[in-house]
Design a protein around this ligand. Structure first.
Ligand code: 5CA
Length: 161
């Protein structure tokens, strides 16, 4: 088992969640690929988007419904500082996961987590399991609990400017 996958499994176990982390036959690197693999709606995919604070250098994680995107102004208001997208190296250093497999739990360093309320509209959502091929199903309430997320309206539809 990869170290990334093992960290996700350990975090889920520690939270008492026995959900299976599934290895998919095809890549689940994007939300669309993950939705196709899981057979769920695009918005049922919990994307793990890492942003970096431009003042403190701190990282923040935004769990975002698959069809939504992070609104920079709303996200900055939550973080209390302007945010930029974290580059691939930064994402790896903070979370221990490569882009395309960033999980909502099991990060190398704890970081503030915010969750898109859209995710709470489903019985289950699907998130990356630490690799670009692994996903797991989880009830939104469990996702929020295990990730320590605060639910706030920071997201907007991806096609809305
Ligand atoms: N496994 C899927 C479904 S859970 C997944 O990880 N999707 S994701 O949306 O959370 O991760 C892909 C996201 O990484 C993209 O939405 C994008 O915001 C971000 N991303 C992609 N390429 C880069 C890059 N080069 N630098 C920074 N962020 C990137």
């Amino acid at each position: 088992m990869s170290k990334s996958l093992a960290r996700v499994r350990a975090a889920l176990d520690a939270a008492g969640l026995d959900t299976q982390v599934l290895e998919m036959p095809d890549e689940t690197r994007t939300a669309a690929q993950a939705a196709a693999a899981a057979g769920c709606a695009l918005d049922q995919i919990a994307k793990s988007i890492v942003m970096g604070g431009t003042e403190t250098g701190r990282a923040y994680l935004f769990l975002t419904a698959g069809g939504n995107r992070v609104d920079p102004d709303r996200a900055a208001a939550l973080a209390g500082e302007p945010l930029g997208r974290a580059d691939a190296g930064r994402v790896r250093a903070e979370t221990g996961f490569a882009i395309g497999g960033v999980a909502p739990v099991g990060h190398l360093s704890p970081l503030p987590v915010f969750a898109d309320p859209r995710l709470t509209e489903f019985a289950v959502v699907w998130a990356a399991g630490g690799t670009p091929r692994h996903v797991f199903a989880i009830a939104p309430a469990d996702l929020i609990r295990v990730s320590g997320a605060q639910v706030h309206a920071f997201a907007v539809p991806a096609d809305e400017m």
